[in-house]
Ligand binder design. Structure first.
Ligand code: EPU
Length: 344
């Protein structure tokens, strides 16, 4: 376990915000985390605790006046291999894309469409990360956690995690209560690519790859190329990927918008609801490639807010509010951030 005081979080948030944590604790095993929690209790330390992953979905609004916890649990263990499925328990501190690469190299299939998503495995089970028609929840069987109040282990089934689009119980009701230590995935030995998301088939065809001959490596590479083309590299331009969630609206609302904007893109959700891309609405409001002070809207994908250099969390939050107000005024829809705002 490493413990550091007044620690810079710059490398722990992909916006590259220059904030510090009063204390930063990194643990390598479940036992280390339990010892830390016990000692904290014995000292009667009641300062706030914040558990982070790769910091790819965080917006720090000020210095963190408490303890930031980070997992460095790096294990990948096969727990069972039966029929078409392999069951793998992955440590929360494993970098998400390293896990996807490991799975592809091992010929375990399913995660290809989630290639190059920034962040770590623990956070993937909190955020239910998703891309190109696939979500982490499609492969998560259960999640091991530690109760940060009692230090006790608790297992959550995928059902108990209440997964939905960019949502889990760890983001709402149980926010801040549990630290994910391991995630149990079920992957397949048969490759059944999910190519239904708009543009994916065309991207493969453009490379001369026939859909029915595509390999998982080729699919992963194609997804990586698409993401690199559309999304900024956080090491070059601070950002947190999609800043907003795509709003899910009733068909009535969609039809009202489609009357004025027949070209409005949408995804089917269920019989009554559709999802409208927030990036499209933000672009319609004229924000794509524009800036407010040191915070900007990425020129190739309006869903992504960027740190143009030395922005503060407040600068980005201010741009977020202005965009929300403009989208609401134009479309009558309140778009909500996917990014977690942290104020201590
Ligand atoms: N669009 C615009 N203008 C823009 C951005 C998008 O008109 O500036 C339109 C596109 O033309 C397209 C539609 O909106 O018709 C959807 O765009 P895109 O395929 O880029 O996906 P998205 O809905 O904007 C979501 C995820 C991304 C994920 C992509 C691909 C959310 C909040 N975001 O974005 O996730 O990579 O789909 O699956 O659901 C992330 O979470 O960080 C992230 C990047």
């Amino acid at each position: 376990m490493t413990i550091q005081e007044n620690y810079s979080l710059r490398k722990h948030n992909t916006f590259g915000l220059d904030v510090t944590a009063r204390r930063f604790v990194e643990y390598h095993t479940v036992e280390e985390l339990q010892v830390f929690l016990q000692v904290r209790k014995s000292y009667g330390d009641a300062t706030p605790l914040l558990h982070i992953g790769g910091g790819s979905n965080l917006l720090f609004l000020n210095d963190y006046e408490g303890t930031v916890l980070h997992s460095n649990i790096q294990t990948i263990d096969v727990t069972a291999d039966e029929g078409d499925y392999v069951y793998v328990r992955v440590g929360a501190g494993v970098v998400w894309d390293d896990w996807v690469q490991y799975a592809v190299d091992s010929h375990w299939y399913g995660l290809e469409n989630l290639s190059l998503i920034p962040g770590e495995v623990g956070a993937s089970a909190v955020q239910n990360i998703g891309a190109y028609g696939t979500e982490a929840k499609d492969f998560i069987l259960f999640v091991d956690t530690i109760d940060l109040e009692t230090g006790k282990v608790r297992h959550f089934t995928a059902e108990e995690c209440q997964y939905a689009y960019r949502h889990s119980i760890f983001k709402t009701e149980l926010r801040g209560r549990y630290a994910v230590t391991h995630v149990h995935f079920r992957l397949s030995h048969s490759f059944r690519p999910n190519l239904d998301y708009g543009g994916l088939r065309q991207a493969l065809a453009k490379k001369g790859i026939e859909e029915y001959n595509a390999t998982s490596e080729q699919l992963r590479k194609t997804i990586i190329d698409i993401r690199r083309e559309k999304l900024p590299d956080p090491t070059e331009l601070g950002n947190a990927g999609s800043f907003f969630m795509n709003p899910i609206v009733s068909r009535e609302v969609y039809e009202r918008i489609a009357k004025d904007y027949p070209q409005v893109p949408f995804y089917e959700v269920d019989a009554d609801r559709v999802k409208i891309p927030a990036g499209w609405m933000i672009e319609q409001c004229g924000w794509k490639g524009k800036a407010k002070g040191k915070a900007g809207v990425y020129e190739k994908q309006a869903l992504v807010l960027v740190n143009l250099g030395h922005a503060t969390g407040e600068d980005i939050s201010d741009l977020c509010e202005t965009i929300q107000a403009d989208v609401e005024a134009k479309f009558g829809i309140k778009i909500l951030p996917e990014v977690n705002f942290i104020r201590s």
